[in-house]
Design a protein around this ligand. Sequence first.
Ligand SMILES: [Zn+2]
Length: 179
Amino acid sequence: MGDGDVRRATFCRALRWLIVLAVTTQAPRCLAESSAPDKKYSTESLRGKVVWLADALKERFDIKTDDDAAHAVVALETAEGRLHPIVKDARGRCFYTDQRLRDIKIELLVRRYEGSPMVQVVRVYRLKPDGKYELDYWCDVCSIAMYELKQCECCQGPIRLRERLVEKRADRGARDAKP
Ligand SMILES: [Zn+2]
């Protein structure tokens, strides 16, 4: 056995070890994924205001976005200045289509998916001096809730933005909360 054969044998042994190591360290992760396929996100609450991401990038970092991307993405901007881009889907769409929901004090319950920079909205709350209000849209005729500003899914009539007090601010003791 020459020097070359010894080196090759050593290399092969090392390679085998690497493969064994890779397989054994991968295995638990695969098992965990297959047993809990829905747990690829964490849920968290974020507070701040929703803004167009392009405006925030310009203001905070002097980044000029293309004109056609000015209103492409909204983000929650926290008081600390962190930007969390929001997925435009059934729950996040309201921030894209209703300007009343932007630039006000908001708390969002969101899902953050591992590896994704965007957050997915689960619930929307408005923070007012007297407490926390859950936001959605409501048709007074059909008594149904919707999650974006549009004509009523049922009667095609107008719907209204609904604010329901869910948590009074303890230190203010507000009494004039509307349902
Ligand atoms: Zn209706």
